[in-house]
Design a protein around this ligand. Structure first.
Ligand code: OSB
Ligand code: MG
Length: 375
């Protein structure tokens, strides 16, 4: 089998979150999502999603930069060309095009989705995944008070989530985490994610978090820092998990060599797609570094790719892969993603392709702009 794309249609939709989601760098309310509809020369179709949002507050990319880069630079590298397998697309779109991983990932992962569709195999099986279910966690945005966070955390555990991640920032950290630990007991799996809200001036403050028995502390320092995290990790017993900083296999090697963290959050959108994600997964496995799959408030389409990736063997910790209803009043796929009472999402390993149907009508209703690119 091979990949031969005839057209790529970019659909930009607006999808309102059921509740605003606040992290240290901003609030998301009404997601702008760029969807890709890839069609090959035989008329087979696959959909994929860019995880960029409106604002460049996670990394430098936005929906608008993704559209521009896809149109002018990436689509011309694949449209009308033939690739023996989807693993060959990564090299073609990376040669002399720096950065823009979210744009690259949407296209590269779409080619994996298309190949799975062509072979009539599930994306998980095509990738080499082994898990039938993924343990999921919930990421809870910054709340107005410790009491509100405790309430949300209780509700999440009651729903079956085995792990909760609390977003933190200076002024909404120690008292909030202390309250959750106090109210939910010593066995509750709790972690925190700072999304770069701290600097080296905060090390004494951050070390105090060791008292809360967190599963890990995610990305406390700058979005592109590895070196300073190593100094912080030397001072903390809590394992540091890097998210924003791990943009490539090289950065993962840096983290391991510098001992700048003990866990990696892999988001395929951040590292440029599945080929890069698998390389980081394999490297981490060799070094006994567990990985887990992060999320970027994806629609059901992006979620299908994350679920497939998280079925690889070294995804050993619960992923930020909550069910559709945690994010949306109505998702854009059928069936919607659900979670068992034990906090598991089922990997659709017996269904071809993404394992879900695209709700074309709903997408059309949500679309604010679309355009088709051809060779
Ligand atoms: O840092 O993991 C993050 C959402 C947007 C930007 C950054 C992050 C997140 C999340 C959401 O934590 C996790 C999810 O999709 O459920
Ligand atoms: Mg994070």
């Amino acid at each position: 089998m091979s990949i031969h794309l005839a057209s790529i249609t970019l659909h930009e939709i607006r999808l309102p979150l059921v509740e605003p989601f606040t992290i240290s760098s901003g609030t998301m309310e009404n997601r702008r999502i760029l969807l890709l509809e890839l069609c090959d020369a035989d008329g087979i179709t696959a959909w994929s999603e860019s995880v960029a949002d409106d604002a460049p507050n996670y990394n430098p990319e936005t929906v608008d930069t993704c559209r521009t880069i896809l149109k002018k630079w990436l689509a011309p590298r694949v449209l009308g060309k033939t690739f023996a397998d989807p693993g060959k697309v990564d090299a073609a779109i990376n040669q002399n095009i720096r950065g823009h991983h979210m744009a690259k990932a949407a296209l590269e992962m779409g080619c994996w989705g298309l190949e799975a569709e062509r072979q009539g195999k599930s994306l998980s099986v095509l990738l080499g995944g082994i898990r039938e279910t993924i343990i999921t966690g919930i990421s809870i945005g910054i709340q107005p008070s410790p009491a509100m966070l405790v309430k949300k955390a209780r509700g999440a555990f009651a729903q079956g989530y085995p792990k909760i991640k609390c977003k933190i920032r200076p002024g909404a950290d120690l008292a909030f985490l202390a309250a959750v630990r106090e109210e939910l007991g010593p066995d509750a799996e709790i972690m925190a994610d700072a999304n770069n809200a701290y600097t080296i001036a905060d090390f004494d403050h951050l070390v105090k978090m060791d008292a809360f028995g967190l599963l890990m502390l995610e990305q406390p320092l700058a979005w592109d820092d590895v070196f300073r995290h190593a100094e912080l990790q030397r001072r903390m017993t809590t394992p540091i998990c890097l998210d924003e900083s791990i943009t490539s296999l090289d950065r993962a090697e840096d983290m391991i060599a510098l001992k700048a963290g003990r866990i990696i959050n892999i988001k395929p959108g951040r590292v440029g797609g599945f080929t890069a994600s698998k390389a980081i997964h394999d490297l981490a496995e060799k070094h006994d570094i567990p990985v887990w799959c992060g999320g970027m408030l994806e629609s059901g389409i992006g979620r299908a790719y994350n679920v497939a990736l998280a079925s690889l063997p070294n995804f050993k910790l619960p992923g930020d892969l909550s069910p559709s209803a945690r994010y949306w009043a109505q998702d854009i796929v059928r069936p919607e993603w659900t979670m068992s009472p034990k906090g598991e999402v089922t990997v659709p390993r017996t269904k071809p392709g993404l394992g879900i149907q695209i709700d074309r009508n709903r997408i059309d209703n949500l679309t604010v702009r679309s355009e088709t690119l051809t060779a």
